[in-house]
Design a protein around this ligand. Structure first.
Ligand code: GDP
Length: 412
């Protein structure tokens, strides 16, 4: 591969985010996913969970049950970044599927209910994400509901999940009067416009200025304590600029030492844009995570997120749809090409890649190739199952042994 082409791929990878949305049933994962697709322009018609038109729920059984059972990967773009959203099942019966989807993520948005806070199921999904070392940010949803309380939800995150919350917004108004947030990094207020999409960016309201300043100081102090190197200047000057604070928050997110917390009401389309900004700012790209580990001829081998390395891709979902048998995979290293021949290292079978699809909310786009770090669906493989590794025929690698109980793929 020419140096220049490689450079372009590296740029693309730096602008890729493979994300999941983690939540217990009913916290609002489906609604949040759907609103993200709407805000990013991937869907033009807003679906609602209750009428069964939500775009990520492909499966009729899923619609009937009203819960998100099956994973699907959907691509969208935000601020020049490609976001591949991997839907992780929230139902406790399907925790194997949750674990499988956690393997292919580089980061996640954990959605909590603003009334209930951390619930037993959010705790179990959280622990699974810990096992896979998935960096997370949090979205406290449903702040419009009676009884919603960001501070109480944040306290339950601290107490039950044992992580230090770093709250970057101050809600404006409570419950049905929840009309916006103060962005504590920029010290600006974002207020949502009734009956319209989007928000207005303005100064912090006078009556909230003191509290916003107090909370910002508390945020600076929490960050300085968790990340002593990053905010040296702060200790001297007692004020931290936005870029320094954002860089420290990114580091803390990636190491898991702190949890950036945002809030909103997905149902009312409130807080989605700042959430997307935070996801691209703080969560890692495929270049920021360690090389994938696999087994080649009985020996461990790692493969870098490099388009020129031998191909290694993990199948994380197979869906039989009207388009045909869609095999969803994450490419960890190398490049997968249309009309290429790949080896399923588990079965020893070769498979032909007939088409490569980027799945958007309401359509598929065909692409000629997908490189390390990307998530796509392919048509062509007839037998490759969930958990299979598709690899270069002359460089067989197994990412996940059959019926693995312990993860072999390390994603962070
Ligand atoms: P999931 O099970 O986590 O995917 O949750 P859903 O997205 O299906 O949401 C569960 C229920 O909560 C649905 O009835 C949604 O309409 C409702 N819901 C989701 N977000 C909000 C919100 O921000 N405010 C309110 N009041 N209800 C919400």
């Amino acid at each position: 591969m020419h140096a220049q082409t490689r450079h372009q791929f590296t740029d693309t990878l730096a602008l890729t985010r493979n994300l999941g949305i983690l939540a217990h049933v009913d916290a609002g994962k489906t609604t949040t996913t759907e609103r993200i697709l709407y805000a990013t322009g991937a869907t033009y018609k807003r679906g609602e969970v209750h009428d069964g038109t939500t775009v990520t729920d492909f499966d009729p059984q899923e619609r009937d049950r009203g819960i998100t059972i099956f994973s699907a990967a959907v691509s969208c773009t935000w601020d020049g970044h490609r976001i591949n959203l991997i839907d992780t099942p929230g139902h406790v019966d399907f925790s194997d599927e949750v674990e499988r989807s956690l393997r292919v993520l580089d980061g996640a948005i954990a959605v909590f209910d603003g009334v209930a806070g951390v619930e037993p199921q959010s705790e179990s999904v959280w622990r699974q994400a810990d096992r896979y070392g998935v960096p997370r940010i949090a979205f406290v949803n449903k702040l419009d509901r009676a009884g919603a309380d960001l501070d109480a939800a944040v306290a339950s995150i601290r107490d039950r999940l044992g992580v230090t919350p770093l709250v970057v917004q101050l809600p404006i108004g409570r419950e049905s009067g929840f009309t916006g947030v103060v962005d504590l990094l920029r010290m600006r207020s974002l207020t949502w416009v009734e009956g319209r999409d989007g928000y207005t960016d303005g100064p912090v309201p006078d009556e909230l200025r003191e509290e916003a300043e107090r909370r910002r100081r508390a945020l600076d102090e929490a960050v300085a304590e968790l990340h002593p190197g990053a905010l040296d200047e702060f200790c001297l000057r007692a004020s931290v600029d936005e870029a320094t604070l954002a860089a420290a928050l990114r580091d803390l997110t990636r190491t898991g030492a702190g949890l950036v917390v945002l809030c909103g009401s997905a149902y009312h389309n409130r807080g989605i844009e700042p959430l997307l900004d935070a996801a691209v700012a703080y969560l890692p790209s495929p270049l920021d995570v360690p090389a994938v580990e696999g087994i080649r001829d009985g020996e461990p081998e790692s493969r870098p997120a490099d388009p020129a390395a031998p191909l290694a891709a993990l199948v994380f979902k197979v869906n039989v749809t009207a388009t045909g048998r869609l095999t969803f995979l994450r490419v960890y290293s190398g490049t997968i090409e249309k009309s290429g021949i790949v080896l399923d290292s588990g079965t020893g079978r070769t498979e032909r890649i007939a088409r490569i699809l980027r799945v958007q909310a309401d359509r598929h786009t065909e692409v000629a190739r997908a490189v390390a770090g990307d998530i796509v669906a392919v048509v062509g493989p007839k037998a490759a199952r969930t958990g299979a590794t598709l690899c270069a025929p002359d460089a067989a690698l197994v990412l996940e042994p059959p019926n693995a109980t312990e993860p072999v793929v390390s994603v962070a």
